[in-house]
Design a protein around this ligand. Structure first.
Ligand SMILES: [Zn+2]
Length: 91
């Protein structure tokens, strides 16, 4: 045989994509809830889909503050904010 054929190669790319996309997915879910995307990236890396599930199940940060997404930059901000702390635009 000639080493990696096309089927093996596409499986390899698929597996690598999952390894890198799952942590990004859990980081995005976590950051939409006002949690640390970096921490949740590693949780997704180590626990794979369980990390994503945990990110979905985790409540919005439990300090009594509601977070919404900034409509300009997409970062989580306090719902009562009038200026985005990430991009500085008026809301
Ligand atoms: Zn913003």
């Amino acid at each position: 045989m000639f080493g990696l054929g096309l089927p093996e190669l596409s499986i390899l790319i698929f597996v690598l994509a999952i390894i890198f996309l799952v942590p990004i997915w859990s980081a995005r879910v976590a950051s939409s809830k006002g949690r640390s995307p970096i921490l949740w990236f590693f949780i997704g890396l180590f626990f794979s889909l369980f990390g994503v599930l945990a990110a979905y199940l985790s409540p919005v940060r439990a300090d009594g503050v509601k977070y919404i997404k900034c409509r300009y930059c997409g970062e989580p901000i306090r719902s009562e904010a009038i200026v985005c702390k990430h991009c500085g635009r008026d809301l």
